[in-house]
Design a protein. Structure first.
Length: 269
């Protein structure tokens, strides 16, 4: 198996970057989801609530980000080393983030016709991974719950064979895309992935939400409840009191290193 695509999403739920190579850090890919858009009260916002977030792209520069919009051009935002500290909520977690300032807030508020703030997660802030799936010291950025999302080409192929209208992998916003698996959904049995000097623990199937029903570029729903409905019909379901469709696997890095498109991937079961 090999890595065939790598993606970073500098701002939670905004557009991402395709990468040739990237360092893997404890919180995931370098620069991935270290920024987030929130309400003035500090509640996180995503395309579940604001589908038009798909219209804004974000590029990580190493010392900040560049936001882009087809009708408004680009805005460079540096890491807010001395900004106001702000408690923000991501699902059930509250962490202290740094506000990126009024210029970024006004630029984004104009794009979405609602007041928002842009915040950054400082290196000193630790948001632990759910203890049911992680170990002591495992941490995550502003991603929903885990540092990395891994998807498999053969699994998407199987899903598309069952769909009336095929979807692209971009619907699922993965960090790593792997090809060459022995079959569709082979990832169900993986315990870990070895990529050069980097080891990823495979800890939980990724439950999917309505963002997968949206066009990745426009945010518009293409086919109501698809591919979620078909995933459920295929038995791709997380068991529990409220069954949810799944696609892909959440993973946690053990150690650090750099991975690249074309790297060999060895799975342990």
């Amino acid at each position: 198996m090999r890595i065939v695509a790598l993606h970073r999403y500098p701002v939670k739920s905004l557009g991402g970057q395709a990468l040739d190579a990237v360092p893997v850090e404890p919180r995931g890919l370098a620069g991935d989801r270290r920024w987030m858009m929130v309400t003035p009260e500090g509640r996180f916002l995503t395309r579940r609530e604001v589908p038009m977030m798909a219209h804004v792209g974000a590029t990580w520069t190493g010392s900040g980000i560049v936001l882009s919009h087809p009708g408004a051009g680009d805005l460079a935002v540096g890491d807010p080393v001395a900004g106001d500290a702000m408690p923000v909520r991501v699902w059930g977690d509250t962490v202290i983030a740094t506000d990126a300032g009024d210029t970024a807030a006004h630029w984004l508020s104009d794009r979405f016709a609602r007041p928002v703030r842009l915040v950054h997660m400082p290196e000193t802030v630790v948001r632990p991974v759910d203890a049911d799936y992680g170990r002591d010291g495992d941490q995550v950025s502003f991603a929903d719950g885990f540092p990395l999302l891994v998807t498999v080409v053969e699994s998407l192929d199987a899903l598309n064979r069952a769909l009336a209208s095929p979807v692209t992998m971009a619907r699922f916003r993965p960090n790593l895309v792997i090809a060459g698996a022995p079959g569709a959904f082979a990832e169900d049995g993986w315990q870990a992935l070895r990529i050069g000097d980097v080891t990823l623990r495979v800890v939980k199937p990724c439950t999917r939400c309505v963002i997968t029903t949206q066009d990745p570029d426009s945010g518009e729903v293409v086919t109501k409840m698809e591919p979620l409905r078909t995933l459920m019909a295929m038995g791709r379901v997380m068991p529990g009191p409220r069954p949810e469709p799944i696609f892909g696997q959440n993973a946690i890095p053990d150690g650090a290193g750099t991975i690249a498109v074309g790297d060999a991937v060895v799975a342990t079961r």
